[in-house]
Design a protein around this ligand. Sequence first.
Ligand SMILES: NC(=O)c1ccc[n+]([C@@H]2O[C@H](COP(=O)([O-])OP(=O)(O)OC[C@H]3O[C@@H](n4cnc5c(N)ncnc54)[C@H](OP(=O)(O)O)[C@@H]3O)[C@@H](O)[C@H]2O)c1
Length: 305
Amino acid sequence: MNAAVCTEYGPPEVVEIREVPKPVAGADEILVKVMATAVNSGDARVRGLAAKGTMKMLMRIAVGFSKPRKPILGSVYAGVVESLGARVSGYQVGDKVFGMTGFNFGTHAGYVKVKANSIISLMPKYATFEEAASLIFGGQTAIYFLLKAQIKKRSSASILVIGSTGSVGTAAIQIAVCYGATITAVCSTAGKPLMESLAVSSIIQYDQEDFTKQRQTYDIIFDAVGKTTLKQCAHLLKAGGVYKTVGGIEYASENLEQLRMIKALWEIGAYQAVIDRTYTLEEVVEAHRYVDTGRKKGNVILRIS
Ligand SMILES: NC(=O)c1ccc[n+]([C@@H]2O[C@H](COP(=O)([O-])OP(=O)(O)OC[C@H]3O[C@@H](n4cnc5c(N)ncnc54)[C@H](OP(=O)(O)O)[C@@H]3O)[C@@H](O)[C@H]2O)c1
């Protein structure tokens, strides 16, 4: 099978398309023919070993000291069950599935094998493979941070989402709205049309206005791009309010329950796919280059088959 292989840290060009052996599902595993995946900020970050100081050392420990431990990147997939191990139940060959491999990566390839008890589910009804693949990374991260911010206990919360146009930001807006929240989005002028298409109450364009100078206060501030600190934003919090950022040491953990929630929200029309660009597997270097800009709007999809 073809795969996008990354055998060293570096710029997008370190990723190469190579022919590699097709995996074989073990007794507790499912072999998925990948139809679509995404190049997420997490993939670009691992490829470029993009972290500073202590974080860089922690990253080396997590993903490989001198080169990526898992040379095939990609942590989300949507595809079709190709074969099943002898002890797997609940799935059949031909089922459309989607899921997340997390630090096991491996989805930028024709096939990926996953544990039957991993973060996998039947695909959301009526979603294309591209749409399904686009929902996962931002959705998992947003749900994790919003639940940590105790959104469930804060009825009709007012939320400031900074970095609202990325994969995490667009997911956070939609998921927070499901909890009855009112959203103020901080984005660039280029991101305004996208924000107008989602259910945000107000938009602050950070390239026209300093959002930290506003008088409005919030129950939750979620920095979905990691460009601020609590110190810069503390005065914008209501009493008892909470600040969360993707840019700190807190790392979102993904799980099956969150994947099921993503599927359910799609199926009731509450969480829509936001796809900026779609590339083929062979165009993976181009896809990494675009993700590296840090300016994508929503998600960048790789179509495999
Ligand atoms: N801690 C965790 O567990 C965790 C998990 C997932 C992701 N992350 C991190 O979270 C960050 C965002 O991830 P992502 O996948 O959503 O990234 P992304 O899709 O690349 O989106 C970044 C978005 O932020 C916007 N942006 C850039 N600078 C901004 C600023 N100063 N103020 C407001 N918006 C700004 C960009 O559009 P414009 O340039 O047009 O504004 C872009 O739409 C990445 O750094 C990623 O590594 C952390």
